[in-house]
Design a protein around this ligand. Structure first.
Ligand code: 6PG
Length: 485
């Protein structure tokens, strides 16, 4: 058996098949394998028909023998146990210097663990985010690889050949960092995706319920928005969804049950933000909004008894649509600022050297959150590599200054009309909190000290000195820090 395969791919579901075809289009010889082996022949006789540089393997042993050394094997299987199972199955056939790549949506702690495990055996490991759905995989995804640094030169050429390109022709794939960095960045991408989708859905709800716009009218609004600062894949597909009618002339969007699904990456982002103490409030709200939507029966029951305001919109509808657009844009800036704050903290915690401008560039094309906006983020990091927060960049500061009055008006009117806009609202609250020199946490610290002697720092004393007040005259002077059990 001649080892002529450049890379093997395990897992012939649609993403796996499309990645193989994409690699093959770029001149690579790919060995295809699937646990249910019949799928290999189905693939060869169907989508891969006539391509003699896509080779089917009917066992792991055969697959490994068909590969050039050092071997590169990419898994496109379900995240979780299947990845560990395949790693164990592959191990006896591999030798030092061979590389396993996991291209699924794996949880980053698993990728950290697997990298360490395989490096300990002399192998190399990459956990990579691959975004862009079926079409992306076929014609150019955004790829976010992390893992063993020595593995990057082995896949750089192939990944940068098959990935999406920015409008300037730059590849939407670059090395993200060690062990779990690639999957962390992909997880954050997905969290931001949840946020972007929720913001669009809130804009839709305010226009639909608050203003009574028809789908056709909203189609036109989104078409218009897509020509400007909000130009993005998610706005574009929203436009198309609103304009879509089925063979009976019915508008499909109106027929879809209003309960959102989720596979967990948004939740992981939120959990990580809580673990790291970073207020990624918008993604959190987006996850909770999906949870609330899923409580359909309870909501239906509550809708019959819980009353809201009767306020109807009065005013200039066109001007209000523009308010909504600006609220969406300003909220989006907050969401991305929070996402980059999170990655910055994760980099500290996990000792990754992340290149934030580079990440914006990788997300600029191919992925679900691709947008013109990401080009602006890249420019902000080009202006200042060490930029601590997107909100203070001069371009984004300017956009918020321009949008702010509209943003507040949109939130206030939605609240008055009783239309829920949790993501718009939390973004604005974050913005106002972030720009507050003084927050009410002085009172909060007093409360903690009052009931639990938790102590506080003082504005007139150096940081790090802690004080306790005997608020009631009964508690004595012992502070909680002094009697840690
Ligand atoms: C991508 C997507 C993808 C994700 C879906 C579904 O980048 O191509 O993020 O990886 O699986 O968006 O996610 P939910 O089912 O959680 O909405």
């Amino acid at each position: 058996m001649e080892p002529k395969g450049d890379i093997a791919l395990i897992g012939l579901a649609v993403m796996g098949q499309n990645l193989i075809l994409n690699m093959n289009d770029h001149g690579y010889t790919v060995v295809a394998y699937n646990r249910t082996v019949s799928k290999v022949d189905e693939f060869l006789n169907d989508a891969a028909k006539g391509r003699d540089t896509i080779i089917g393997a009917h066992s792991i042993e055969e697959m490994v023998k068909l590969l050039k050394r050092p071997r590169k094997i990419m898994l496109m299987v379900k995240a979780g146990k299947p990845v560990d199972d395949f790693i164990e199955t592959l191990l006896p056939y591999l030798e030092a210097g061979d590389l396993i790549i996991d291209g699924g949506n794996s949880h980053f702690p698993d990728t950290i663990r697997r990298t360490k495990y395989l490096e300990g055996k002399g192998l190399l490991y990459i956990g990579t985010g691959v975004s862009g759905g079926e079409d992306g995989a076929r014609f150019g995804p955004s790829i976010m690889p992390g893992g063993s640094p020595a593995a990057w030169p082995m896949v750089k050429e192939i990944f940068q050949a098959i990935c999406a390109k920015t409008p300037d022709g730059e590849p939407c794939c670059d090395w993200i960092g060690e062990d779990g960095a690639g999957h962390y960045v992909k997880m954050t991408h997905n969290g931001i995706e949840y946020g972007d989708m929720q913001l669009i859905c809130e804009a839709y709800q305010v226009m639909k319920v608050g203003l009574g716009l028809t789908n056709q009218e909203m189609y036109e609004v989104f078409a218009e928005w897509n020509k400007g600062e909000l130009d993005s894949y998610l706005i574009e597909i929203t436009r198309d969804i609103l304009g879509y009618t089925d063979e009976n002339g019915e508008q499909v969007v109106d027929k879809i049950l209003d309960t959102a699904g989720q596979k967990g990456t948004g939740k992981w982002t939120t959990v990580s933000s809580l673990d790291l103490g970073i207020p990624v409030t918008l993604i959190g709200e987006a996850v909770y909004a999906r949870c609330l939507s899923a409580m359909k029966d309870e909501r239906v029951a509550a809708s019959k008894t819980l009353k809201g305001p009767k306020t109807k919109f009065r005013g200039d509808r066109k001007a209000f649509v523009e308010d909504i657009r600006r609220a969406l844009l300003a909220s989006k800036i907050v969401s991305y600022a929070q996402g980059f704050m999170l990655m910055r903290e994760a980099a500290k915690e996990y000792k990754w050297n992340l290149n934030y401008g580079g990440i914006a560039l990788v997300w600029r094309g191919g992925c679900i959150i691709r947008s013109a906006f990401l080009g602006k983020i890249k420019e902000a990091f080009d202006r200042d590599r060490k930029l601590s927060n997107l909100l203070i960049d001069k371009y984004f500061r300017g956009v918020i200054a321009r949008c702010q009055t509209s943003w507040r008006r949109a939130v206030a009117k939605a609240v008055q009309m009783g239309v829920p806009v949790p993501a718009f609202t939390t973004a604005l609250a974050f913005y106002d909190g972030y720009r507050s020199e003084r927050l009410p946490a002085n009172l909060l610290q007093a409360q903690r000290d009052y009931f639990g002697a938790h102590t506080y720092e003082r504005i007139d004393k150096p940081r790090g000195q802690f004080f306790h007040t005997n608020w009631t005259g009964r508690g004595g002077t012992v502070a909680s820090g002094q009697y840690n059990a």
